[in-house]
Ligand binder design. Sequence first.
Ligand code: GDP
Ligand code: MG
Length: 593
Amino acid sequence: MNHIRNFCIIAHIDHGKSTLADRLLEYTKTIQVTEGQMLDDMDLERERGITIKSHAIQMEYTYKGEKYILNLIDTPGHVDFSYEVSRSIAACEGALLVVDATQGVQAQTISNLYMAIDHNLEIIPVINKIDMPSAMPDEVEDEIIDLIGCDREDIIRASGKTGEGVEEILNAVVEKIPHPVGDEKAPLQALIFDSVFNSFRGIIAYFKIVNGSIKSGDHVKFFNTGMEYDADEIGVLKMDMIPRKELKTGDVGYIISGIKNSREVKVGDTITHVATPCDKAIEGFQEVKPMVFAGVYPIDPTDYENLRASLEKLQLNDASLTFMPESSVALGFGFRCGFLGLLHMEIIQERLDREFDMDVITTVPNVSYMCYTKQGEVKEVHNPSGLPDQTMIDHIEEPYIRASIITAADYIGPIMTLCLDKRGELLDQQYVSGNRIELHFMLPLGEIVIDFYDKLKSVSKGYASFDYHIDGFRPSKLAKLDILLNGEPVDALSTLTHQDNAVTFGRRMCEKLKELIPRQQFDIAIQAAIGAKIIARETVKQVRKDVTAKCYGGDVSRKRKLLEKQKRGKKRMKQIGNVEVPQKAFLAVLKLD
Ligand code: GDP
Ligand code: MG
């Protein structure tokens, strides 16, 4: 135990966490690189990508003649996965706080840092990318000192590109981070901080032993789910899985126990023995709940079963994805999928397309609402069209977030306007250092899932970082806005919007849909309605749709190409009543300016 160090790297996205982790692995010869190889920008670029799932890797490092085991626990880099970050942090005794020398402290640096401090982690500050010409290490040092109150000498200057500072970082890990503590004789308590799906081995869970020990073959149970398993294989993680007979207090390892369903393994759960169980679970366990929902429909109705199979496969390695069959008058049979957040939704959409070659229509995302009826019932609603009749509703509550935005003073005005426009409430603001300011807002999550990120980026010219945490439900005056095409309500276009904004919002929706719906052989009436009341209307004028006319009957192959193109274009269309509606119309609400 005295020679183990468990640590993680916390950083804002793109500050170089993955790159630096690789340098640590190379330096400790955990992974091999060609002698004297210098990474050029291309190599560095290739490594890019958002670390979505956390992993753990074991290094060996000799310091002052003694051998140490260093377990690096990687954490996901995006706000959607903050619960998983918190469990990874809970498995560590120390953290490298990595800050980009050209960017300084950003929103995620701070939120992850607070999480690490909450868990009493020893913090080792590192300024990365000091090789860059635009690096401002002195200023960034000031920011870090302001933030954590360390000494200037404690801050390590490093580069994931040149490898500078890497040895110093490893030495600091050994010297400064305390070894794990725990009772080796006590009943087993191991914290699950991650799991992955392997098509040959099933679900592999990663854990850190807080107390006790585990042997291969032991009969164990997962405390919160109550499920029992045999530990078919346990071991440690290097570049490969290395099986071990026994793992003890402080060790980080993996367990394979024939689990097929990812939902049985819950991050934050405690592994203990069936025969001699611990009397309580490791604290901090939470069920992660999806907060953002969208309908996913096959364009070709015969793909429905394929879509279900694809979603099931995705769920195998991503337990936070949920889905339920749902049907829409407009779109037919599909699924209502639940995601942790917007990025998570994008990842799933992308994977459906790339890995499963599914052509789907995704509806506008919405959050989950709590609907209180006049009879005193509470109903959780994941789809605006699932709301009870307006006359039955007492009130509706929607999820709120506590958002942190760090930006330069110049952009405070426009950011303030944006957040207030999104029904935000400013909580406080404080200087980070120099002319940079951290703002805190309460905002409805429903406003963030619409087009907040893009707007924030554009009003701040990219100089704003954003992070958030869910902060409970609050009552809101929400109205359901319906869209009708030639008199037929299109359920997939219904949204919940704040009553005060409903009329403007309905008008803009109609205008946008008018742009997005192509002319057809008859007039199309687009209407927005709240209940029975029409609040806006636009018309798409008819056109005679003869695209081949302009070919003058001359060039046959050109004519055929055009027809084919038109056919392919149709694939992303959905027939609603007699109107053909393109996919992008279903996302119209995201495109309102
Ligand atoms: P992460 O999101 O924190 O994991 O960041 P990455 O490790 O993916 O790095 C983000 C970008 O910065 C990538 O394009 C890297 O190639 C680049 N990068 C990382 N570390 C350094 C460094 O020390 N110097 C330079 N010049 N670029 C770096
Ligand atoms: Mg990364």
